[in-house]
Write a protein that binds this ligand. Sequence first.
Ligand SMILES: [Zn+2]
Length: 69
Amino acid sequence: MRNKFATGPYEPKKCWVGESQKICYATRDEAEVAARVAEYEHGISGLGVYKCEYGDHWHLTGSEERESK
Ligand SMILES: [Zn+2]
């Protein structure tokens, strides 16, 4: 039988950056949209995006990293 759970509809890729896991966005546009949504939902501003140095994808920068250090 086929396992339908093996390929879920959409689960965000993540990668480890330092000691935290960050969501990977395939494109800069996708990351920027996510940043705007996060700003709206959390009432914050100044989120940015940057290209991951470990792979061909993008991450958000800003409040996500508040916990570090
Ligand atoms: Zn990454």
